[in-house]
Design a protein around this ligand. Structure first.
Ligand code: UDP
Ligand code: MG
Length: 329
């Protein structure tokens, strides 16, 4: 059934929601489902699972639709094409109805067994439970290093601090989710968006296991795009940096120009000086291009925001009530 992107949530639900973005995970779904059912059975709250199928091209959606559980409430939101994990999480947060929402990856790299520990923190009154990775098993040194550099850089630039090594795996209380759902921007850099509302936070550490089945869906250019999105959506400092670069180059140019004028007046004009000329020219045009590029990145985002396009397009929405209600369990 088609629906608009800002459909309001259906009836009230007193349990917790597990939000899982799915993109071509057909090999992992059976294990995932088994693990979810086991975890759900071990906690007191009623559980709603919200799958967002991000335009999978394999058999994932059919598999999701075939999943039946006597106890779990289930929603499947299927996109009309692949919109990316950030869009999938945005959609999921708008449809989750639980009093606490936990975002999980489908590949069991965010172990569902940790959910009871997260809920325990929530019961203690925390609105956000961040899950920090102790080690990044099975990731290349390049990904580890670039991730580290990225967190350094973005936290240096932006005022809201984005916790290091905390992925999207986290628990959010309903009021945090409401607050996130009110953010209107199209640029969904979720690590920043999830951190934006604030509220009472705590962090648990965990060992992130390797991906067992299927492949990681990210390539280098996507990671670079994500990083640039993150920086430009949470800080305007690169623009200021461009201004400073321009100003300091101008200062340097004035001093150097004075020197050249004085030298010419005292010693007369000489034809030599090609290397200096060349270096100055290249240097100043490089600075200009960098500054233009930075402005371009922001302008591109302003362009995307003013278009006001929806963040995703839903093709199908299924909602299954459990066969047995929680009280009969
Ligand atoms: N994912 C998604 N849309 C995408 C790419 C990934 O919904 O375009 C989902 C994917 O199915 C998984 C989660 O996002 O549930 C994390 O993806 P992945 O394991 O590839 O990322 P990594 O763990 O390598 O950061
Ligand atoms: Mg993964």
């Amino acid at each position: 059934m088609p629906e608009s992107h800002n459909q309001t949530k259906p009836d009230h639900f007193n349990g917790i929601s597990l939000l899982i973005p799915i993109f071509n995970e057909q090999h992992g779904i059976p294990d995932l489902w088994q693990s979810l059912e086991k975890t759900a059975a071990s906690i007191d709250e009623a559980v709603e699972i919200v799958f967002v199928d991000d335009g999978s091209t394999d058999n994932s959606l059919e598999q999701l639709k075939a999943l039946k559980s006597p106890h779990l409430e289930q929603q499947i939101i299927a996109f009309s094409r692949n919109f990316g994990k950030e869009a999938a999480m945005t959609a999921g947060l708008r449809h989750c109805r639980g009093q606490a929402i936990i975002i999980l990856d489908a590949d069991l790299q965010d172990p569902p067994e940790l959910i009871p520990a997260m809920l325990e923190q929530w019961h203690k009154g925390f609105d956000v439970v961040n899950m920090r990775r102790k080690q990044r098993h099975g990731e290349t040194w390049f990904k580890k290093l670039s991730a580290k550099a990225f967190y350094r850089f973005i936290n240096h630039l932006s005022e809201d601090s984005i916790p290091e090594n905390v992925g999207d795996f986290r628990l959010l209380s309903a009021r945090v989710v409401d607050s996130i759902n009110r953010l209107p921007e199209r640029n969904r850099f979720m690590k920043g968006i999830l951190a934006w509302p604030g509220f009472k936070q705590t962090t648990l550490e965990f060992d992130r296991p390797q991906r067992e089945l299927g492949d990681s869906k990210w390539n280098i250019s996507q990671l670079v795009a994500l990083a640039v999105d993150g920086i430009t959506s949470f800080s305007t400092k690169p623009l200021r940096l461009a201004t400073w670069l321009g100003l300091s180059t101008a200062m340097f140019a004035i001093i150097y120009a004075t020197w050249v004028v004085v030298k010419t007046l005292v010693y007369g004009e000489s034809v030599a000086g090609y290397p200096t000329l060349m270096i100055t020219l290249l240097f100043s045009s490089a600075i200009q291009l960098i500054a233009l590029g930075v402005i371009g990145e922001y302008l591109a985002r302003v362009f995307i925001e003013v278009k006001q396009r929806p963040i995703y397009q839903v093709a199908e929405h299924h909602h299954e009530q459990p066969l047995v209600s929680i009280t009969e369990r």
